[in-house]
Structure formats: structure tokens, C-alpha cells
Design a protein around this ligand. Structure first.
Ligand code: NAD
Length: 359
């Protein structure tokens, strides 16, 4: 193989390990933060309040109103509160929604984020922000929104319901899968991607069997860290565009949508990305093409396997296909309207993804 790539590392400061939440104050010290606002989703206010109590005077408030896709009105309130309280940084406790709210504040006011992730979504490793106004989600990249420190404590994922653990874990694998065939792929990121998929594929079945298995929780979070880092370092293709359209236009649940779509996106690209497929085949259990291995893995783990199950109607297929093919972007296999319609139809009904192989 002859190499040809460009690579620029993003800054990354990570504390990882069971019980590492106890180092949060040290991380604030390292960043010189004295007045942090703690952000979380409504269901996680107990954890956020416990963290606030430990931080004492260094916590100026808790906002438990983070929701998916960062609605502009929620962001606006949080941005104003951060200023009113004189916050000098934010601690986000939760998944992509809590981190997304922190990113909205960082984008407007430059306040640094210390992220404490509790799902496998990976947003803590990316400089990508999102903001939804009147049902339309805008995204962008800005180095200011990349968390300055990330505390990965797998103990915080013990409460993540099994079904959400599975879909969130496959959401993480989707980042790595597309990083492997990204237009800006590079050898170091590909190593991280393959290892991230391997770690998650091995950990998820154990979590389904026993959601409180500490080693499996640690391995899944390790995989999620690696997969998140690959998302931050590369440009995503067809799979992420499909999920963005399905989530934004039809409001389908984020992680579950990624879980259903990934085998079909991989099947569509399979013949055009042989090196990526070889890496995925090394990392995933089972036999045959990675698309089939993932489809079987999702089924074995009890995850949803059709967009119909998630609430999409057949009539939505053409609309989403039009949206996904209306702009051009890097993808191994050229996008055709009929090809994307076939992909969506197969994903909608939950057919075996083999139906999409190009040849
Ligand atoms: P989420 O943050 O919305 O969390 C889903 C639900 O799980 C919430 O109700 C939350 O309270 C609950 N939860 C989270 N952790 C828990 C735990 N340990 N125990 C019990 N309940 C827990 O979901 P998500 O999938 O992590 O994030 C999705 C959002 O993140 C979407 O808006 C997506 O667009 C965004 N995202 C952004 C990026 C990026 O780089 N900008 C990357 C990935 C995801």
C-alpha cells in the first residue's frame, strides 16, 4: 500500500476510569475554572445535583433542560443564564444533548466545556455544534466548542438502559465506520476506528446480558471514546447525512436511527471502500460482509432494525431521498436518487442489507 494523507491532531485531554468523576475538581483547577454552570438533560438532574454539591461554591447553577438537537430557544435561555450568573465555564453531564447545550454556550460566549459523558454518542470529542431553529438543524465546526477536558467515568453509564446502551454503542460504531472511508481518512484515525468498533462489538453483548458488568461498561466507553475521536477528526458521508435528514425532518430518535441505517449505508458503499470493509470485518464478529455482521449483531442485541419501527412512514421515503441527494458531498459510491430510494426502502422495511450491493 502507498500512503497519501493529511493529518492534524485535535487537542484532547482525557481522564478515564471507574470513579474518575472524583477528579472533576482537579480538571477545573487545571483549566482555572472557578464558576461553572452544570448542564444536563431532565432525566439526569440527580447526577448533576450530586456533582454540583461536590463542587460547592465553584458551581453557580444547574440547568437540567438539555434536549435533543439543541432547540434555539433552549440554547438562548442557557446562554443568557451563563452570562447572568457570571459563569466562566460549563460542566456537561450526560449524552450528546447535554454536551450540545454546552457547545451552544461555548459558541456564543467562548466558555470552556468540561464534559462528563454518560452515553456513547461521542459529541465530547468533536468541534461540531448543532442548533435547531423552527425545525431546521444547522451544524458547523468551531474549535471553541471542543471540550477542553473530558472525564470518562464508566460508573456513570451503569444506569444507561440496555436498549439505549446498544443503540448508542452502534451510533458510536457508525462514526468509526464512516471515518474509515472518509475523504480525509488517515492511518492513525483508522487504527482508532477499528479498535473502537472491536471494543464496542465485544462489550455490548455482555452489557445486554448484565448491564452492570463493570468491565464491559469500561470497554464500551473506551470504544466510544475512540469512535468519538474519529468523528471529530474526519468528514462524515452518506450514513450521517441520512441520519441527519431522518432526525431533522422526521424527528426520529438519534441513536436508534443510526442503528437501523448503518448496515444499509455500509452495504451501499461496500464495493467502493474495500480497505474500510476489511478493517470492519476484522473488528466485527460473525461472517460475511460488515453490513450483514452489523445487521445480525443489532438483531442479536434486540435493537430496532427497520425505520418503520421508529415511526417513519413509507410516504417519507422519497422526501428523504430527495433531501439526501440534493447536495453533493464526499462518499465512496456516487449517490443516485434511485440508489438512495432503494436504500431507504430496504431500511424502512428492515430487509437484509445484501439487497444493496452494487455489483
Ligand atoms: P441524549 O443525550 O439525548 O440522551 C438520551 C436520553 O438518555 C436522555 O433522556 C438522557 O437523560 C438519558 N441518559 C443519558 N445518559 C444516561 C445514563 N447514564 N443513565 C440514564 N439515562 C441517561 O442522547 P445521545 O444519543 O447521547 O445524544 C444525541 C444528541 O447528540 C443528538 O442531538 C445528536 O445530534 C447529538 N450529537 C452530536 C454530536 C456532535 O459531534 N456534535 C455527536 C453525537 C451526537
Amino acid at each position: 500500500m502507498s500512503y497519501d494523507f493529511h493529518y492534524e491532531a485535535l487537542p484532547m485531554r482525557v481522564r478515564f476510569g471507574a470513579g474518575s468523576l472524583a477528579t472533576l475538581a482537579d480538571e477545573l483547577d487545571a483549566l482555572g475554572l472557578e464558576r461553572v454552570l452544570v448542564l444536563c438533560s431532565p432525566g439526569q438532574d440527580d447526577t448533576a445535583e450530586a456533582i454540583a454539591a461536590v463542587l460547592g461554591d465553584r458551581c453557580v447553577g444547574v440547568r437540567p433542560d438539555a434536549v435533543m438537537h439543541v432547540p434555539a430557544e433552549v440554547a438562548d435561555k442557557a446562554q443568557r443564564e451563563a452570562v447572568a450568573l457570571g459563569a466562566d465555564g460549563c460542566v456537561t453531564v450526560g449524552g450528546g444533548s447535554a454536551i450540545g447545550l454546552g457547545k451552544a454556550i461555548a459558541l456564543k460566549h467562548g466558555l470552556p466545556i468540561v464534559a462528563v459523558p454518560t452515553t456513547y454518542a461521542g459529541s465530547e470529542m468533536t468541534p461540531v455544534w448543532g442548533l435547531t431553529t423552527d425545525g431546521s438543524k444547522e451544524t458547523g465546526r468551531d474549535p471553541r466548542v471542543l471540550p477542553r477536558s473530558v472525564v470518562y467515568d464508566p460508573e456513570l453509564t451503569l444506569t444507561l438502559p440496555t436498549a439505549m446502551s446498544v443503540t448508542s454503542g452502534i451510533n458510536a460504531m457508525a462514526h468509526a465506520a464512516e471515518a474509515l472511508y472518509a475523504p480525509d481518512a488517515s492511518p492513525i484515525i483508522s487504527l482508532m476506528a477499528e479498535e473502537g468498533v472491536r471494543a464496542l462489538a465485544a462489550a455490548l453483548p455482555t452489557i445486554v446480558a448484565d448491564s452492570s458488568d463493570p468491565e464491559a461498561r469500561s470497554n464500551a466507553m473506551y470504544g466510544a471514546w475512540l469512535c468519538g475521536a474519529t468523528l471529530g477528526a474526519t468528514t462524515m458521508s452518506l450514513h450521517h447525512k441520512l441520519c441527519h435528514a431522518l432526525g431533522g425532518t422526521l424527528n426520529l430518535p438519534h441513536a436508534a436511527t443510526h442503528t437501523v441505517v448503518l448496515p444499509y449505508a455500509l452495504a451501499y458503499n461496500a464495493d467502493y471502500a474495500p480497505t474500510a470493509m476489511a478493517a470492519l470485518a476484522r473488528a466485527l464478529p460473525g461472517e460475511g460482509a460488515p453490513a450483514m455482521r452489523l445487521w445480525h449483531l443489532a438483531g442479536d442485541l434486540g435493537a430496532p432494525r427497520s425505520l418503520a419501527e421508529l415511526g417513519m412512514t413509507e410516504a417519507d421515503i422519497d422526501r428523504i431521498a430527495d433531501e439526501v441527494t440534493s447536495k453533493s458531498y464526499g462518499n465512496p459510491r456516487p449517490l443516485t436518487l434511485s440508489g438512495i430510494r432503494d436504500l431507504l426502502r430496504a431500511a424502512w422495511s428492515g430487509d437484509e442489507p445484501t439487497v444493496l450491493t452494487a455489483s
